[in-house]
Ligand binder design. Sequence first.
Ligand code: SF4
Length: 359
Amino acid sequence: MMKDADKIKSPLDRQLLAWYRRNQRCLPWRKTNDPYRIWISEIMLQQTQVDTVIPYYHRFLKAFPTVSSLAHAPLQNVLKVWENLGYYSRARNMHAAARMIVEKFDGRIPDNLEVIQTLPGVGLYTAGAILSIAYGQAIPAVDGNVRRILCRLFAIRKPVDDTREQKQLQKLATSLIPVKHPGDFNQALMDLGATICKAKNPDCARCPIARHCQARLHDLQNVLPIIRKAPAIPHRQAAAAVIRNSKGMLLVVQRPTSGLLASLWKLPGGFIKSGENTENSLRHSVKEELAISIRQGKHLVSVNHTYTHFRITLQAYECRLLKGTPKPLGCQNWRWASLTDLKKLPLSKIDRMILVETK
Ligand code: SF4
């Protein structure tokens, strides 16, 4: 495979870069070499479509134009700007990384492959993207799209989600990356994967590197890459309590500093164990969270959502506070919130959906 890579390296590089210069997507983070802006775009683009990212990218930079402004902002403000973009650990990691950059690296994003990966949330892919695009270093940025292209280009028939195979693909990408314009080369592969060598029905007739492609030669482009069947994700049930005080304000809690949707705000409640009665479960989870007793009233709404590792159905019930003053036992904080307050608090999509339905 490496021999094949050596043979095609030079024409592949030339043809891909020529195609990229004519066809590159016009994206806001391509108008800059600022490592901070490249870093933000790369983190936002993880698991998220380009069209979704663009408005968030502008909004985020308006709120936090420099690494120092991000480092000095309260985490709650960062989570609020990130609200609905999902995978909130990305925002928490960026905030922690910005602090580290300011405290340890004099406010400059490191330009060394090992060092940059000590930043929270920066793995090999993101490191490669920042170092090649912002600092011009010949380091590949290998994500799912690039792996797919490599598997097709070299007709690799091993499962692409196998860790050993991924290491091989990283080596293969390293052997292909040119010393000149490595950032453009990586971005050309990103664009090729997004617009031509797509997961389904690759458009080989328009592909600038088709003449080197073994999958096309052997009519395997719709078979490769080999992906092992992912196990079905579990479906979990949860219940939330909608509790209002005499002024109509809503009782909300801030999630713990780690775990699912860490530090975001939500309605009191939690997961229902299999076989457990919803009413008992809700009472217990609210007691464990806030040390208060409640009475469950009528069912208000039910919403569904899918996370990476499970699906959830969350049922919201009108509830009454029977006994006790809330204390943050199983949460970071709690408060009574008006509608205006709720707009300012960072909430996850599913909690926002419940609030919209129960207004
Ligand atoms: S020829 Fe087809 S399968 Fe091969 S890299 Fe191009 S688009 Fe992908």
